[in-house]
Structure formats: structure tokens, C-alpha cells
Write a protein that binds this ligand. Sequence first.
Ligand code: 5GP
Length: 238
Amino acid sequence: MKLIYEGKAKRLYETDQANEVLIEFKDDATAFNGAKKASFASKGKINKTLSVLLYKMLEKEGVPTHFLRDEGDVTIVARRVDIVKIELVVRNVVAGSLAKRTGLPEGHKLRQPIIETYYKDDALGDPMVTDEHIRELNLARPDELEKIKRSGLKVNQILTKFFAKAGLILVDFKLEYGRLLPSMHNIVLADEITPDTCRLWDEKTGAKMDKDRFRQDLGDLIEGYNEILTRVQHALES
Ligand code: 5GP
């Protein structure tokens, strides 16, 4: 299989279908724009499983995604997209860079969700960008940006409610979108939704269950990810 692209946490391969790709979830974890690196056995499998469950739920709720089918332990088949070079961050509770930028205390519940846009560019360190920057850099057309922001808020509503059922607070998360190939007319949710890209805190204790365990050396990463997966599976069954 021909490798199209290798990112920090995933590999993308061509398939025999021109408009489909195979996505492999790696065990690798990186933080601080690649400065901190490690590998965790079974992270790829857990993240693949969680991403599939969450994509399926979002599709059911009317959010178009790139997901097509589950294909083994660490791989899925997805629609081929042209990735929009914008990272959309949605926040419900203050943490991470929002605490640093605003001085608001970590854990402060936001009056309403905050949406931020970042330029997906490793060399620049993914800087925050405004709508005007996005227009100047031609990262997305205004109607595409509007669609992306609306979708992000809808995903937030769905996931916040769902994770609450699992006893987890959805603090914030990052989404990426892509233009469906070959026409590029339709924008769909792409990339992944996993504890690598979401902050999830235990509702009762406030314990951090997500990638912050690795970023801040808070304890066993896989223990947190497994706990999230178990709770998600239970919440889906109930
Ligand atoms: P912050 O801006 O506070 O660092 O991150 C906000 C949220 O977006 C967190 O849930 C974080 O995991 C996610 N996020 C932002 N940028 C990235 C990124 O480049 N990679 C990953 N995996 N997650 C990101």
C-alpha cells in the first residue's frame, strides 16, 4: 500500500478506490509541537475504537464525517478529502492555552462555548488566526468557515451531552474538516475524535483522563484512555 502521508499520530494510505483512504492510528504520542515524544502500546487501538464509535454517533445525529468503515485493530477506511488547514477548537471550560492567554482559572465554566480557529501549520506552531487572517491566507471560503463553525457547535452539543452520560466533562476539543474529493463541494468532519484531541475530566473527581496525562506527566495514559473507552461503551449501551 502506498503511504500518502504520515502525521504524528496517524498514517494515511491509498486504497484501490481513488476516493477512499486507509487511516492507521499509531501508538505514538507527541506534545508541544513534537518536542515531547513517546509510544504507548494499544493507544492506536483504543483511539481507533473511540473515534469509530463517536463518528457513528455523530453521523446518526446528522453530522457528515469522512468515516466509511471500521477495518481491523488500528485502521479505518475514510472518504478522501482535501484537509482544510484550520484547526477548530471548541471550549466549554477553561484549560490549556485559554488559561494562559486570558488568566482565567483552569476549571472555570464558560458562560457559553468559545470557538477558536488555528492555522494548521507545524512550522509556524499552529498559531491562532482570525476570520480576516483565514480570508487573507485563503484557508477557507467564508461559507465554508461558517459551515465549519456551525458544525463544531453542533458536535459540541452532541458530545457534551453524551460524555455527561459517561460521567465525563468535555472541557474542550479540536476538530478538523475536509473537502470531499473529487468535487470539493462538501465539507465533512475529518481527522479523529479521541482523548488525544479532547480534554475529558472525571465529573466527580475532576481527574484528567486525556492526553494532558502525557503532556503534564499526570500518570498512566493508557489507564485514562481505557477508562474513557469503557465508559463510552457503557453509555452507548444504556
Ligand atoms: P489548547 O489550545 O488548550 O492547547 O488545546 C485545546 C484543545 O484542542 C485540547 O483538547 C487539545 O487536545 C486540542 N488540540 C489543539 N491543538 C491540537 C493539536 O495540534 N493536536 C492535538 N492532538 N490536539 C490539539
